[in-house]
Design a protein. Structure first.
Length: 337
């Protein structure tokens, strides 16, 4: 398993690595501001080449990959070069994909600067980019040299983007460890550590998503489709905002198919709505979202499969859901507030 290192141990690892290895930093136009803190935490990074990509999910595509691959060659990157991916989920997803394909694979280190990156995107060895309007359709499984987590990066994060990561905290609590909810707004470092542990434990048992790792997709079947549908509209939503919508709808479906209780559903609604505003979706939007569900990677033989909740803390995978029940979930979401 890739080591996940926190604060002082993280920076000691990077200092030791850069004592012997050539490295290049990848960041985006948003996380470029984090370079100053990186240089303080690890002075050896000060003179490293920096590749800057445009910020935002809209640029998590092959065009950006091509630009970064080209700049890697311009900087003389070879198979011994280490790529330092410093940023949120977009940078760590795309940076991992670039590293895993450049010269058939170079080493990379994930340095997440967002809550979403720290507890989810940078953990677990999945890389990916969007393709054809579909979320994470191209990607690889590739292990980073390490994931370096320092919560001080979060001081630079706008409040909306901090909340974005809380969707994944809720997901980890809903599928595996409800006690995480007691740490919300109480102990940030412990919240991150416990959430990371949920993901690492699942990945350790099923690295390549043949079974149990699918649980980590709770809320993502519908959520990814919503995110993809709205991405190039006038009102795009952040990943966590779309996943929050997906978790509400998939929790409603859970009450109909696998026995999630009404009190558990109400608790999920209360927690999710306390953080996220409902995504405004019309019936026309929903029709387009359902079309995108067909492309979900968990599908089997053309049938959409969902991760559902038997209770808060217990998830089940590979659950088929009828079109009629999907429509009921949508109506519940837009009316039950």
């Amino acid at each position: 398993m890739t080591p996940v290192l926190f604060k002082e141990k993280a920076w000691r690892f990077l200092i030791d690595l850069l004592a012997t290895e050539k490295a290049i930093i990848l960041c985006d136009s948003n996380t470029k501001r984090c370079l100053e803190y990186l240089h303080v935490a690890c002075p050896q990074t000060h003179d490293l080449p920096v590749i800057e990509m445009p910020g935002g999910e809209l640029h998590k595509n092959l065009k950006t990959c091509e630009m970064v691959w080209y700049q890697l060659t311009e900087h003389g990157a070879d198979r011994n070069t280490v790529l330092l991916n410093m940023g949120g989920g977009v940078v760590t997803d795309l940076g991992g994909f670039i590293a895993s394909t450049y010269m058939r694979g170079i080493r990379f280190v994930q340095i997440p600067t967002s809550l979403l990156g720290m507890i989810d995107a940078a953990i677990g060895g999945k890389t990916g980019i969007d393709f054809g309007g579909l979320k994470n359709m191209l990607g690889t499984f590739a292990r980073a040299e390490a994931v370096l987590i320092d919560s001080d990066f979060l001081k630079t994060l706008p409040s909306r983007h901090y909340r974005n990561g809380l969707a994944e905290v809720l997901k980890h609590a809903f599928i595996s460890d409800a006690s995480i909810l007691d740490l919300m707004y109480v102990n940030e470092d412990e919240l991150i550590s416990r959430s990371v542990k949920v993901k690492m434990d699942v990945v350790a048992r099923d690295e390549f998503e043949s079974g149990e790792r699918k649980k980590l997709n709770f809320g993502h079947t519908i959520g990814h489709a919503i995110e993809s549908h709205l991405l190039e509209t006038e009102n795009p939503v952040l990943h966590g905002e779309a996943i929050a919508a997906g978790m509400i709808m998939e929790s409603f479906i859970s009450t109909k198919l696998v026995g999630l209780t009404a009190p558990d559903l109400q608790r999920i609604l209360q927690l999710t709505d306390s953080i996220f505003t409902r995504v405004p979706l019309s019936k026309t939007d929903w029709s387009e979202v359902k079309k995108l569900l067909i492309h979900d990677k968990k599908n089997k033989n053309g049938q959409v499969r969902f991760v559902l909740l038997k209770s808060i803390g217990e998830a089940v995978i590979d659950q088929p859901v009828s079109d009629e029940l999907l429509d009921q979930a949508f109506e519940f979401y837009v009316s039950e507030k």
